[in-house]
Design a protein around this ligand. Structure first.
Ligand code: FMN
Length: 177
């Protein structure tokens, strides 16, 4: 099984969590790490290249820091342009059928803030519905996401442990719900 990890972080130099995760993924076999902001600093996405990358992998991981309850902007643009009508959905748009989609993201807010009674009011399950719907429409299986919350106060030891479980969860075969 081949895994593609698409990393979408606009400032990896100053990142702690996503940079650690990216380096850990780079050590794994059968995993290709694709740093989206490094590839397209001008936001001019090579759609054909991206579609070829998707076609060549079975499990697609979208890795990012949670920004305004969603992903950073370039990943949204990537969705808009790469997941095209007639390719990813619609008539004859079956290229992603049977693949798996896994979200891996970090949040500043702690887990308890993502509850109906918490500061952010909505749960992660609710907030990730656009990605779940995207997987549904494109015929991909939406795997249980890997979410690391409350990262501002996370110790180095906890980050190391979380990174190990992220790798384990991501590369498990099979990890269908
Ligand atoms: C523009 C911006 C928007 C953010 N929005 C959220 C948010 O909606 N919810 C949240 O919990 N944290 C939010 N954060 C905090 C980031 O998720 C957090 O800094 C990031 O996960 C840390 O990962 P890193 O060390 O890889 O940068 C935001 C941060 C920035 C810079």
């Amino acid at each position: 099984m081949k895994t593609l990890v698409i990393v979408a972080h606009p400032d990896l130099t100053n990142s702690r969590i996503n940079r650690t995760w990216m380096h850990a993924f780079q050590q794994q076999e059968n995993v290709m790490v694709h740093d989206l902001y490094a590839a397209y600093p001008d936001f001019k996405i090579d759609v054909k290249r991206e579609q070829e990358l998707l076609m060549a992998h079975d499990r697609i991981v979208l890795q990012f820091p949670f920004f305004w309850y969603s992903s950073p902007a370039l990943l949204k643009l990537w969705q808009d342009e790469v997941l095209a009508y007639g390719w990813a959905y619609g008539q004859a748009g079956t290229r992603l059928h049977g693949k798996e989609l896994l979200l891996a993201f970090s949040t500043g807010g702690p887990a308890e803030a993502y509850q109906p009674s918490g500061l952010n009011r909505f749960t992660f399950d609710q907030l990730t519905t656009p990605f779940q719907a995207m997987a549904n429409l494109t015929g991909m299986t939406f795997l249980p996401p890997y979410i690391l919350s409350g990262v501002r106060t996370l110790s180095d030891e906890a980050l190391a442990k979380a990174t190990a479980s992220l790798i384990e969860q991501t590369l498990q075969v099979p990890i269908r719900k």
